[in-house]
Write a protein that binds this ligand. Structure first.
Ligand code: GLY
Ligand code: MN
Ligand code: MN
Length: 408
């Protein structure tokens, strides 16, 4: 942070449905990352150069007491807030305006937290956005700076404690997948499979799915964002399952494909093994110094070779391709990797080189609608200082033999 500046972070709102019902609370990952506070209506202030020591880190929380606890359930009090966050200065929200005024007279500039994620597409005015609007109206002469470039760098390189939590999320996902391997049979429905996953996740203390799961049999696997999960799995089809547990708010993001019958056909095997080879070759490129854009070009070349081998495209197609729309995109139309962490599509500045401690998915796929066949395989990797990345999903069955044996 710039000398003498202060940064402010807000919780998410609790979103209403209608009448008095609400969606379950989901904390904004930045205030959670910085403080561990997983509670609505919280505000974190960071002011490292404040002359008054008690102003260097401050939490403002929803007031609680014994009476409120009986009606609304247990909330953080000043002691548990300290244990959670390490922050000694904890105020109740009604003091915020008064303390903020004093802080604003002392700060040289204010970091505000706008959403700059490369895939963000937000139409709702968040609590943070509302706060920023009001702050800038009340204090128009201040200098405002962006927290995002700092947070994107910080959050993209994981601490070892974070990697342990992501590993835990991956291990719970593995339990779900192993359960499903035993469960799937002809005429199982996609939603029953989804139910098996969430049962296994919850009983292993996951805090839910990391994202809306995709359980897509047959042709549905070619619909990239299929989430209806309401069809019957037919004998002879493959089921694509893109599903991950969230543990302590950390994501995992797995994709596996299994045959409804328990046995892959020869064609399914050929396409499956092509995707698996691309995944393994792509993962080897996740080393310090790799640029995300160059990596995608290289993966495209590997995929091109596999698609020619499968006779889905020809060398002619490749010779005549428009470099902006390479031939392989007909069957592999999405990206190969994204950062993963507290958000499934996590922070990271994609124009800067990869570093040790970053966690990426690797998730190539081949989608052939005319064959009712879509295959994606997705694992989560941690970049190492030296050598190949560490596969956090190394224990999740992935070869055709492993899957067929477990489905027997
Ligand atoms: N499940 C979201 C993704 O794979 O990116
Ligand atoms: Mn996924
Ligand atoms: Mn993914």
């Amino acid at each position: 942070m710039q000398k003498g500046a202060m940064a402010i972070f807000n919780s998410n709102d609790i979103y209403p449905v209608s009448a008095d019902s609400t969606l379950p609370f989901a904390q904004h990952r930045d205030i959670f990352y910085l403080s561990g506070v997983d509670q609505e209506e919280s505000i974190l202030v960071i002011f490292p150069d404040a002359v008054k020591k008690e102003y260097r880190e401050i939490l403002f929380l929803k007031e609680t007491n014994e009476h409120i606890a009986i009606w609304e359930g247990e909330k953080l009090d000043k002691k548990t807030a300290f244990i959670t966050s390490g922050i000694k200065s904890v105020f109740w929200l009604p003091d915020f305006e008064k303390v903020l005024f004093e802080l604003m007279t002392l700060a040289s500039a204010v970091y505000i937290n706008t959403n700059e994620h490369y895939r963000a597409n937000i139409t709702t005015e968040t609590r943070e956005a509302r706060f920023i609007k009001k702050l800038q109206q009340q204090y128009p002469a201040h200098t405002y700076l962006r927290s995002q470039p700092i947070l994107q760098r910080l959050r993209s390189v994981k601490e070892k404690e974070e990697i342990a939590l992501i590993q835990q999320a991956c291990d719970i996902t593995e339990k779900g997948f192993r359960r499903v391997l035993k469960f799937v049979k002809p005429n199982t429905t996609e939603y029953e499979i989804e139910a098996e996953y969430i049962h296994e996740f919850t009983r292993n203390r996951a805090n839910g799915f990391a994202y809306t799961p995709i359980i897509a049999s047959g042709y549905n696997a070619c619909v990239l964002h299929y989430i209806e999960n309401n069809q019957i799995c037919k004998n002879g089809d493959l089921i694509l399952m893109d599903v991950g547990a969230s543990y302590a708010n950390y994501a995992s993001d797995m994709t596996r494909c299994v045959p409804v019958s328990g046995k892959f056909t020869q064609r399914q095997k050929d396409v499956y093994n092509a995707v698996l080879r691309v995944k393994d070759a792509a993962a080897k490129m996740l080393v310090p110094g790799t640029f995300w854009a160059d990596y995608h070009i290289e993966v495209g070349k590997i995929m091109t070779t596999e698609l020619i081998g499968l006779k889905l495209i020809t060398k002619e197609d490749v010779k005549n391709e428009d470099p902006k729309h390479p031939a392989y995109k007909k069957y592999f139309m999405h990206g190969t990797s994204h950062h993963m962490g507290l958000d499934t599509h996590d922070y990271g500045i994609l124009t800067e080189p990869m570093q040790a401690g970053m966690v990426f998915t690797v998730e190539p796929g081949i989608y052939i609608p005319e064959e009712n066949l879509g295959i994606r395989i997705e694992d989560n990797y941690v970049i190492q200082e030296k050598g190949e990345p560490f596969n956090l999903m190394i224990n999740i069955p992935v070869t055709i033999n492993q899957i067929e044996n477990l489905m027997k």
